[in-house]
Design a protein around this ligand. Structure first.
Ligand SMILES: [Zn+2]
Length: 198
């Protein structure tokens, strides 16, 4: 069974000092680099938004980060502006070993829709192309690591399960935002859906 390592959103804006920093997000770079050294199929994902992206509180008058609004595709948490395409914040952490990556999936580039998952945008319908790439490369078993456990990693894992992949999340190589119980909620859903947490 061929396995793939999916490294999710290890970008400057999600690391300490970034626009949407995840506490101790930079601590996972070393363990992830070790996993990259040992993996044969490596996919990196990159949150990649235009300035006018709908997930930014700045683009909704009177809103502040972490407010939740209703969009056509469901609830949307509003975030500080982050990972704006082409900026330093959107670049990978400088110590992440990107040289062995087979592919980079960029997500969240459509202004009116967010994309937590690296498989589908938040409408759960628009694919990024990752499923097809993994299938054509013969991957069946996926290891997901990165930022943040309770959003982009969790949403990606649930979509991976729905796409028929076997999913493992080594939690030492992930860090969470953990806003209002979001981590506990995510871990419960992951277990319920058959994701292996190690
Ligand atoms: Zn984003």
């Amino acid at each position: 069974m061929t396995s793939a390592l999916i490294v999710i959103d290890v970008q400057n804006d999600f690391c300490p000092g970034g626009a949407l920093e995840v506490a101790r997000g930079d601590q996972i770079v070393a363990p992830i680099n070790q996993m990259i050294d040992e993996a044969s199929l490596i996919i990196l994902s990159q949150d990649w938004h235009p300035k006018n992206h709908t997930s930014f509180a700045d683009n909704h008058e009177g809103s502040t980060p972490f407010d939740v609004i209703e969009m056509g595709y469901g609830s949307q948490t509003l975030w500080p502006s982050h990972c704006v395409m082409g900026t330093y914040g959107a670049e990978f952490h400088p110590l992440l070993n990107t040289s062995r990556a087979n592919a980079i999936i960029r997500k969240g580039a459509t202004p009116m829709i967010d994309s937590y998952s690296t498989f589908f945008e938040n409408d759960r319908k628009t694919p990024t192309g990752l499923s097809g790439l993994l299938r054509e490369r013969g991957a069946k078993s996926l290891t997901l690591v990165g930022l943040a456990t309770d959003f982009c990693v969790a949403f990606s894992a649930l979509d991976a399960i729905s796409q028929g992949f076997d999913v493992n999340i080594p939690l030492h190589a992930c860090r969470a935002i953990d806003n209002q119980g979001s981590l506990e909620d995510a871990l419960r859903k992951l277990k319920l859906n058959g994701v292996r947490l190690t």
